[in-house]
Design a protein around this ligand. Structure first.
Ligand SMILES: C[S@@+](CC[C@H](N)C(=O)[O-])C[C@H]1O[C@@H](n2cnc3c(N)ncnc32)[C@H](O)[C@@H]1O
Length: 247
């Protein structure tokens, strides 16, 4: 049953710029999502959508709190969210490389799989996504993990925000990103072409934009990614002595 409730002012503050007049339509939509308690998972109600069923079966690996807390997922998020152990590993890896880091930017934050784990280790995490529904899910999922006060969400198209040089003055210590891989069919080819298949920008443009925000960049990419492309782009953008670690 939907648990109707209003979006509180203190919650709206975590959606950057959303109280501005320019975002009137999005604000209204966001209020509607909170009011209707949209996208809440009933963990014990079997997923009717056959194409999502295999992800639903493994729901506890996506969010370990699924059984005891309210979690929120759109259809797309079922196959997009980074599983919790993987997200935790990435967050701990960044913490071990940058123990003094304070501010992390998660570009393409989706349903918050990574944002939430990053917020367990760092005091301030920005999340960016062009889906208002996904930003809403990130916030609600962060509430389940009690880290909602550490996250700040920006609605928008990343290439546009990047072109407008947003985030460049925010003293971001590290950019993390799990960009869209083009859906589950990414495994169909033996080698994943990071220039042609990665969305919404190829590897070079993605890295160029991120490196303008921070010298530390962590990407979550398909396991069949073309490592030669990573080596080449890293050298071209950062010089022959550039250091790039693949885990
Ligand atoms: C692979 S999912 C990220 C999953 C996320 N790391 C998580 O664990 O929940 C990619 C996200 O990128 C968002 N996205 C796609 N194109 C975008 C764009 N042009 N600008 C901003 N976000 C975009 C999608 O809405 C989706 O939520």
């Amino acid at each position: 049953m939907a648990r109707r409730r209003r979006l509180k002012t203190s919650e709206l503050e975590h959606f950057i710029h959303m109280s501005k007049h320019k975002y009137k339509t999005q604000r209204k939509a966001l209020k509607g999502l909170f009011r209707e308690d949209s996208f809440r998972i009933e963990p014990n109600v079997k997923m009717a959508d056959r194409s999502i069923f295999k992800y639903w079966k493994n729901r506890m690996s996506l969010f370990s709190q699924m059984q005891c807390k309210d979690l929120y997922m759109t259809r797309e998020l079922w196959y997009s969210v980074t599983p919790e152990t993987v997200a935790k590993f990435a967050a701990r890896f960044i913490k071990s490389c940058l123990p003094e880091a304070q501010v992390i930017l998660d570009v393409y934050c989706g349903g918050g799989g990574n944002t939430i784990q990053l917020a367990q280790y760092f005091p301030k995490v920005y999340g960016v996504d062009n889906s208002l529904e996904h930003l809403y899910c990130t916030y609600r999922n962060a509430q389940a993990y009690n880290v909602e006060d550490r996250i700040w969400l920006k609605y928008g198209d990343w290439p546009t925000l990047s072109r407008k040089r947003r985030f460049e003055k925010l003293k971001i210590d590290c950019v993390f990103s799990s960009p869209p891989w083009g859906g589950p069919q990414y495994l169909k080819s033996q080698v994943y072409d990071l220039e042609a298949a990665l969305l919404p920008q190829g590897l070079r443009e993605t890295l160029e934009g991120f490196l303008r925000v921070s010298a530390n960049v962590v990407l979550f990419l398909p396991r069949n990614s073309d490592l030669g492309q990573i080596a080449q782009v890293t050298r071209e953008l950062l010089g022959d002595k550039a250091y790039c670690k693949v885990l």
